[in-house]
Write a protein that binds this ligand. Sequence first.
Ligand SMILES: [Zn+2]
Length: 441
Amino acid sequence: MTFLFKSGSLWLAGLLGSAAYVSGQEAASEPLPLDPIRFAKVTPLGKVPDWSALKAYAGTLSREEFETAWSEIYSPENGLPPPFEITSDALLVPTGDPSEPTFSLSFRAATSEEASPPLPVWRRASDLPALRGRPPLSDLHIALDPGHIGGQWGQMEERFLSFKPGEIIKEGDLSLLTAQILQKRLEALGAVVTLVRDQPQPVTEQRPENFVGVATETLKEYGILTPATSYAGLQGDAKIITVQWQTEKLFYRVSEIHARADKVNRKIKPDMVLCLHFIAEAWGPSDAPQFSHQNHLHVLVNGCYAPVELEQQDVRFEMLQRLFSRIHEEEIPLATSVAEGMARVTGLPAYVYTTPNARKAGTNPYVYARNLLANRLYQCPVVYLEPFVMNHEETYRRLLVGHYVGRTLIGGRLQTSAIEDYVGGVVQGLLSYYQNQRKSS
Ligand SMILES: [Zn+2]
């Protein structure tokens, strides 16, 4: 039962129920079997979509543009048919609403002019005002999203690491430190920068105890009818199928990201979001962690939706909203440029995914597409960074020292600060993208 809400859980959970799609593969052109219950599901804490909001995109994308985006970015590479139908002139999507089971969105006809889509809140690099000699990131509004919560929540989030009493690193604290230093550098280059989280505290006002009902229901769906209340003394799968673990996950992951998405989409309204994370290799039990020999970097864009994930109506809607707003047209080149800057400064090799929940996006070896809650819900280009394996021994020691400029002796070698390299890589990537893409006069 490791698939319950672990990273990529829906994917894995879905895989177990995807036999119908495998057998339906040869019959891909048959009409969709509209099963209202199957397509009516909503993710935990997800919103039932207002399908009519997509009408604004009618006639804005050609069928070919839709199919290219679907086959090269948004679909997974396994070729299983999606739960929607592409006809010659429209996309037919099951809504999950029995009173109006299909939503039809027309494609732009080959002969007609491009209809103007609704103006997005975010601006492309090419839409920003000309620089006219001002600093290179002038007018650009960047939201920095420090991954996780950190502080007193680091342990609950399973994002803290200690190899010796008295020393500890927490991903949520490191990501906030990175964001605070990055903010100053980007502001010095003219950007307007807003932190989605500026304290080691949650953005959501909910707490685990608010989710006992949802957690119990979810466990029931997976056949766990009498779950243990607490995970005290439990490890691994046994821990995951407790009410405590599920309520905590709903709090620090699901509710927290929904709260951040509300803040990004309604309040901050940036031109782009940088989600700042640090990666880790499996380190075993938290009280006896293991170092890994691997150290690497990758950068994520949104995409790679499994058909089973798209059976959920909110996921289906949110993917189509992103695809039809053409966010990928800005997000992938932007992420590619940031990945190039990060690779140059950190010298880290590219991580290679071997699991079906990610696929390459574009040609850069560091850039992958994945369907994550944050990069699906934030309605603007999102570059999601995953550098530095926290339990790689040298990286761990560098991270323990925190931020500094220049070099210091770590493990017998003079080394730069990992945080400083992170910041430097992002700045280089953004500078090169915006200097190339925006009008100079
Ligand atoms: Zn993270």
